[in-house]
Ligand binder design. Structure first.
Ligand code: IPE
Ligand code: IPE
Ligand code: MG
Length: 232
C-alpha cells in the first residue's frame, strides 16, 4: 500500500528567472532582481504561514560571480539594502535568519548586514530562513573535506552523520522538497550533498511571479508523492 508524503518541513528554492521576467516587460535585468527581492519577502511570509520549518533560498551562486561587474555590483547593493529593509519583518514573524556559502567573498557592507540580521534573529523560534550566497555545492563539499583532512580522522570515523558536521550549517537537514522556478531543469550546484533524496519540483513560473499560491501548489504536488528511499 502506498503512503503519501507528510507536508514538507524543509523546502529549498532555486530562485531563477528574474532576468527573463524583466526582458518580457521591456525592463532592465536589474528591475527583475528588484521584483525578485519582493518575491523573497512574500515567500518567507508564506512559508511561515504554511508552517514550514526550514527554507533555504539560492540567491547567488559561486558561478554567478562570472556575470558582468555591473550586475554583480547591483545584486550586492540590492542584497545589502534588502537585509536592512526586511529586518523588521523577519523579527515580527519570529523568523531566524542565517546565510551559507563562501561569505568571505562578499563585500564588507553585505557581510555586516548579514551578521546583524543573523545575530538579532538567532533566538527566534519560527521558520529558519537561510540565504545561499556565493554558494556552490562542490565548494561546500571540498571545504568540508579540507577541514576533515586537517583533523586526520581515521576512515571508520568518517560517517555520513559526521561529515554533515563539516558542511556550512551543521544544523541543516536534507530538504524534503526542492523547487526551481524559471523553467530550467537542473540543480546548478545547489546543495549537492543534501538533495540526495529530495523530491524535485520544476515550474515555468518566473521567480518574480512566484507567490503563495504557487508555493501551495508545489506543496500539494509533494504531498501526493510516495517517498521510498530505496525501500519498497
Ligand atoms: C536568478 O535570476 C537570480 C540570480 C541568479 C542572481 P537570473 O538573473 O538568473 O534570471 P534569468 O535566468 O536570466 O532569467
Ligand atoms: C541558479 O540560477 C543560481 C541562483 C538562482 C542563485 P542561474 O541562472 O545562475 O543558473 P544557470 O546558469 O541557468 O544554471
Ligand atoms: Mg538564471
Amino acid at each position: 500500500m502506498s503512503k503519501n508524503a507528510d507536508p514538507p518541513r524543509y523546502i529549498a528554492v532555486v530562485m531563477d528567472g528574474n532576468g527573463r521576467w524583466a526582458k518580457q516587460r521591456g525592463l532592465k535585468r536589474t528591475q527583475g532582481h528588484e521584483a525578485g527581492a519582493e518575491s523573497v519577502r512574500r515567500i518567507v511570509r508564506a512559508a511561515s504561514e504554511l508552517a514550514i520549518r526550514e527554507l533555504t533560498l539560492y540567491a547567488f551562486s559561486t558561478e554567478n560571480w562570472s556575470r558582468s561587474r555591473t550586475e554583480v555590483k547591483f545584486l550586492m547593493g540590492l542584497l545589502e539594502r534588502q537585509l536592512v529593509e526586511q529586518r523588521e519583518e523577519i523579527m515580527e514573524q519570529n523568523v531566524s535568519f542565517s546565510a551559507i556559502g563562501n561569505l568571505s567573498k562578499l563585500p564588507a557592507g553585505v557581510r555586516r548586514e548579514l551578521a546583524k540580521t543573523t545575530e538579532m534573529s538567532r533566538r527566534n523560534t519560527g521558520l529558519h530562513a537561510r540565504l545561499a550566497l556565493s554558494y556552490g555545492g562542490r565548494p561546500e563539499i571540498l571545504d568540508a573535506i579540507a577541514r576533515l583532512c586537517a583533523e586526520n580522522r581515521p576512515r571508520r570515523k568518517i560517517t555520513e552523520k559526521q561529515f554533515r558536521k563539516y558542511l556550512y550549517d551543521p544544523a541543516m537537514h536534507d530538504p524534503d522538497l526542492l523547487i526551481r522556478t524559471g523553467g530550467e531543469k537542473r540543480i546548478s550546484n545547489f546543495l549537492l550533498w543534501q538533495v540526495s533524496y529530495t523530491e524535485l519540483y520544476f515550474t515555468d513560473v518566473l521567480w518574480p511571479d512566484f507567490g503563495k499560491a504557487d508555493l501551495e501548489a508545489a506543496i500539494e504536488d509533494y504531498k501526493k508523492r510516495e517517498r521510498r528511499f530505496g525501500g519498497l
